[in-house]
Each structure stands twice: as structure tokens, then as C-alpha cells.
Design a protein. Sequence first.
Length: 332
Amino acid sequence: MEKCNGRDNNRLPLYKVVPLIVPFSVGLAVSDFCNFRCVYCKHSTILEKSQNDRMLSWDEFVNMANEVESLCIRGGQKVKVVTICGTGEPLTHKMLPQMIRYIKEHNWAERIELTTNGSLLTHDLSDQLVEAGLTRLIVSVQGINTKTYRDVCGYDIDYPRFINELEYFYTHKKKCFVYIKTVDIALKKGEQGKFYDMFSPFADMVNIESVIDVFDDVDYSKITVTDNKSRYGYTYDERKCCHDIFMRLHIETDGSVGVCSCKNPALHIGNINKQRLIDIWNGDLHRKYMKLHLMGRKNEIPRCASCDAFAKTGHPLDNLDQHADEILQRLV
Ligand code: SF4
């Protein structure tokens, strides 16, 4: 069992390979619904079921997946990782195993990840996810007992059942990698070691991440968040240029295409219900935003102006600042 921060360290320095023909990472949101109300998430600000919460139809999902596939075919490359995630809980979507199978069969992603709170896992669903071709399960744990779950995410979890389901998944996971993480605010002083002891038996990797200010709607001053702290434990290094915009796409349930996953709402560059994804990724707007970042003028993009989330999430090898001029030459 590895005890580290869950990032891929087997990577090239990003500056050597950008601009990318095909993004390294694609996120697909399949559901806006969440059964948790975590204090650091925008769902904590939603008291009633929102009228705007969407659940992707099968046809919408197929369109989303096919758009990514077209981009990969045209670029002659697979994406390195597709993550089923978003601000909703993916396990609330009844067709999730079929979606994973569809991606697997179309073979445009090297890795298929699912980020989940794990509370809706059952033996049967675990079997279906593994059989469908899931290659990485990422479970976000919100504390080491029922009371903390209630405090952090407003959810009455049946803790023994939860542990039993994680254990079942791990025992039946075949080649799927299991990564279990929690956030610093979900652990009281002295509980860190217990967290590792509890979850290490049924995880390939465990980690404690730091909460950073992701959601505009959340008042982080009420939550213990240390400024200038990296989510993954790296030394915080101030950056002028966001790496996410060069390597990531995230498609939301309404078809909006964003270029970052560490800020919500994301910086949007189009919508697959109006344009082809390939035209969005290679489009003028995306190119303009990348150039502004490289020129140190991200403040001209309202969404990016006050954002430093990328500096709190970026891998050291993704820092582009020292090579901005060189990359700009490739973009003109
Ligand atoms: S600077 Fe912030 S808002 Fe802009 S693309 Fe990067 S992460 Fe997103």
C-alpha cells in the first residue's frame, strides 16, 4: 500500500509538450445531484433540492463521450485519464456502469477513474463497476466516525456498512486501483494515524489532502483553510500561468466545456451542444486565454483574475512560468 499524494509523478515537464493536440485529462460530469452537503463544497449552500440539478440522459452521455472520441481520433492520441466526477455524486446515476463500459469499449482513454463519496456502493454495484472496466476508484472519506460525517457533510452514514462495502470493493477489484483520501478538516488532532490505519487495509494508496478555496459560493473564512497551502502537500509556489488551461477539459451536464477542475465555476470555453469539442479545444477563445496566461495577463480574463487555485493544485512539473516565451512562440 502506498502512502503518498495520489499524483502521477511519471510525467513529462508540461512546458515541453504544450500546446496539446489532445488534453491529458478529461472530466465528465454525469450528475449534479449529491447526497452529501460537505461544508467545503457548494452543495453546503444548497438547502433544498435545486431545480437546476441535472442528471445526464443516456443520449447526452453518448454525445459527450463521442465528442471526446472524435477529438482523440483527429489528434491520433488517447487522453491519459478520463474522470467521472463533477460537483454531483456519480453513483447517483443508475447507468454509471454502462457509461464506464461505453468508454472502455470505445478505447479513447488510457485510464478510467471514478471520484465518489462511496456511500452508495453496494456489492452488486462494485462488481458492475469492476466488470465495466473501471481502472481507478477514488473515494473521498469525510471522517473516521459517524459523528464527524454528520458535522462535515451533514450525512448519517452507516459506518460499519460503509467500511464493509469498501472492503468488498477492494477484495473484488481485480486490476482496479483504489485510492482513498480525506481532507484535513475532517480529522481532529491525533486522528491522522488512525485514518491511515483504518483505510490502508483496503486501499492501494491513502492520503490526506488540504481543503482549498474551490467554490465561489462557499465562505471559506468559516472553515479552517490555511492560505497558500497546496492541496497535495507540495510547497506552495506562486505562479502567474495556470497549467490546467493547457491540459484539461471538463464537460458539465449542460454541455459547458471548462478548462479547469480546481475552480468552480470553471473557466468556460464553449458548449458541446453548440459546437464540436474539437473546434472548442482548438478554437480562438481557448488560444486567446492560453496566450493571456503566458503573457502574465490573466487578470484580463474575469474568471481567472483573482484565482490562484492552480498554484495550490499544480504539480511542480506543470509550472510553465519559466518557459512562457518559448510556449508563446509555438502558439502563434
Ligand atoms: S486561473 Fe483559475 S479559473 Fe482560470 S483556468 Fe486556471 S484554475 Fe480556472
